[in-house]
Every structure is written in C-alpha cells, then in structure tokens.
Design a binder for this molecule. Sequence first.
Ligand SMILES: Cc1cc2nc3c(=O)[nH]c(=O)nc-3n(C[C@H](O)[C@H](O)[C@H](O)COP(=O)(O)OP(=O)(O)OC[C@H]3O[C@@H](n4cnc5c(N)ncnc54)[C@H](O)[C@@H]3O)c2cc1C
Ligand code: FES
Length: 367
Amino acid sequence: MAIITSAREHKISVQDIELIGGSVARLKLLPEDPETFFYREGQYLNLVLPGGHMRAYSFASPCRKGEVFELHIRLHEGGRFSELIKQTLRKNDILTAVAPFGDCLWHPPADNNAPVIMLATGTGIAPLKAFLEAELPSCPAPIWLYWGGRTAVDLYLIDYFSGLADQYAHFNFIPVLSRETNNLAAHGFVQQAAARHHADMSRSQVYACGSPRMIEAAKVLLTESRGLPQENFHADAFEAAWERSVADAQAGEGQVVELWVTAADGIRRKLRLQEGASLMLALRDAGLMYGVCGSRQSCGTCRVTIGRAGALAPPSRSELRLLKTLTQPGDNDRLACQLPVNAGLCDAEIFIPDDPVSRMKRQLIQT
Ligand SMILES: Cc1cc2nc3c(=O)[nH]c(=O)nc-3n(C[C@H](O)[C@H](O)[C@H](O)COP(=O)(O)OP(=O)(O)OC[C@H]3O[C@@H](n4cnc5c(N)ncnc54)[C@H](O)[C@@H]3O)c2cc1C
Ligand code: FES
C-alpha cells in the first residue's frame, strides 16, 4: 500500500540541467537532507514555485540514499515552471519540494508467465524508467514497455530503452508513433499496440503514465476487451494545473452553502460556498488547502474531519482505502475532493488537520 503519509518539505539542489530530445529538460537534483528524503519508484514530488504555485513531477530514477535523482520535464511555451527552467534556473540553485506523493507503485507479477505491461506517453516514461531501473534485473516475468509520441523526437530516450532490451532477454521495448510512420516504431496509440500483442491480460499488471486521455482509453480498452482486472491497472495522469483550474471554474452554479471551517492555523471561519464544486476546490479557492493530486484520490492532502454535518453520501471504497493509509485515521475523516458542496454540508463543522502542504501554503500566504 502507498506510503502517502510521509510527505514533508525538503530542500534540493540543482546538480545539472540538460535538454534531452526536442523539448524535455532532464534535471538532476540532490536532496540537502539525505537522511529524511525518501520515495518509492512510481511516486512524485511537488516543486514549490515562487508565489506558492506547485507543480508535480514524477521521479525518473530509483531512490538511492544520498544520491542524485532525476526528473524529466517537458518545457511548455509560456508555462510557469517551464519558463523558469529556460530562463533562470541554474546549477546549485536550491528548490523547495514536498514529497513523496502517489500510489502508482510496483506490484510484483502473479507468476513468471504473467506479463508486466507498461504504457507511457511523452514524459510519462519517467516513473516507468524508475520502475525498470529498480525491478528489471530481478523481475521473473516478461516486461513490455510501450512508449508513445507523435513523432520520433518525442521519444527522447529511445536508444537507452533499446539498449536495455538488448541487455535483458525478458524486456521488450515497443516505440509507438501516432503521427509519423517509420520502420523503427509501431503506428497508432500505445494501448492499441499493447492490445494487439496481448490477447489475455487477466493475470497482468498494467502501468499507464502520461496523458489523461491515453490513461482513460487504455483502462476502458484493456479491462473491457483483454480481461485486465480493474485493480491491476495502475496509473498516474499528468494533468496540467491549468486544466484543473478550467474544470473548477466550470463547476456548479447552484445555491450558496454556509459552513464553518477550522483550518490548520486554529482559526474558525464561516465560509459561503457555491454549490456544485468539490469541497477541496472550494477550500483551495479560499486559500485553506491544496489538493496535490487534483482529486485523483492519491495524495490525501485534502483530508478533513467532519465535526457536524447533514446527510453526506458515504465514502466510496477507494476513498476509504486512501483514508486508512493516512496517519492517525479518524472515524469522521473524509477526502474533501470527494465531497460535493451541497445541502448536506449546510452548517457543517469542518476541521483541516495540520500537514506539511497546508503549513507551507499558510507560510507563503503570510509572507
Ligand atoms: C502526478 C503528476 C505527475 C506529473 N509528472 C510530470 C513529469 O514527470 N514530467 C512533466 O513534464 N510533467 C509532469 N506533470 C505535469 C506538470 O505537473 C505540469 O503540469 C507541467 O510541467 C506544466 O507546468 P508549467 O508550470 O511549465 O506550465 P503551466 O504554467 O502549468 O502551463 C502549462 C501549459 O499550459 C498553457 N496554459 C496555461 N494556462 C492555460 C489556459 N488557461 N488555457 C490554455 N493553456 C494554458 C501554458 O502556456 C503552458 O503551455 C505531472 C502532473 C501530475 C499531476
Ligand atoms: S486525495 Fe488528492 S486532492 Fe483529494
């Protein structure tokens, strides 16, 4: 089960910035506190940018105490962190990160014949590279990696993975291009290529990382047509921060709900919230919370304790599963990202526990 509970603030120093491929920067970073800096392959960190904005990035190498780790960052024109990398970030600069987050972790294969299938688009390759470097030498089952891009330049580490395929007989690497045809890559989308090669995925573990659209399509295709059990599909969607804001802005135009919130600073506030959005988004807009994973039930940073409320829909199994992994779980805990603001929250009494992310947000707001 995920180690989501141990996220804390770390200072990390920039050791190297290198442009790899068309528009991807590889950052090599060294934690300043090697004793307490820890993550598992498949997890991600949140970098804190000036002004308190946060950006999530997957670890692209295994966690080795006291050693450099790497991130792969696609540089977006006009993107906040992308521009910072291009214009001001330099070797030896110190960044602030909160880590680790995420529950897309390695699950040992059922047996030697149950293939492990990895799907990535673009920089979604980062967490899969970390898995491979940690698990490939000892994994008893065959591993298939499908890495997709539009054109060949998107597959910025193609030689590296081809080299691994030469080195390990049980590792198969299939590059896939959607907008270019060449004889080195399959044509189309990664989930289609995987479905063509594997008629029966009933004992497979599948890892899908990168574009949310690929992840949704892969889940539907592989569970419905290849017998993949839902619980064997592990995913990390690289949703952009602005996509979340756009979705938030569109949420709800209903009634106003009044409730009481005692935040981590101990102050009790009366909030008037628009019906429709989730409680996490409403509390985020009020500057009281930051839901790191964007409602994907993988970070736990939106945990609240409900002191009093009307009739709330009971938590789903996935919400309960995550709540159980958090430190000191309480019977009245809920994930604010899973609670819609509606009549059930009228006059509710909500408590936000202290955690590293909300503490940091508070400090940033105060300075
Ligand atoms: C769990 C997780 C893991 C991730 N891991 C990685 C990773 O390993 N590597 C990686 O590269 N990314 C990863 N991401 C995505 C990453 O967090 C950032 O979203 C991405 O790097 C963009 O950040 P930015 O600050 O450069 O750009 P932003 O400032 O967020 O803008 C992104 C792009 O959108 C455009 N944009 C901004 N606002 C709007 C708007 N309102 N309408 C239209 N366009 C707009 C910008 O011009 C820019 O091109 C991950 C995301 C998640 C949630
Ligand atoms: S679990 Fe991450 S925002 Fe709710």
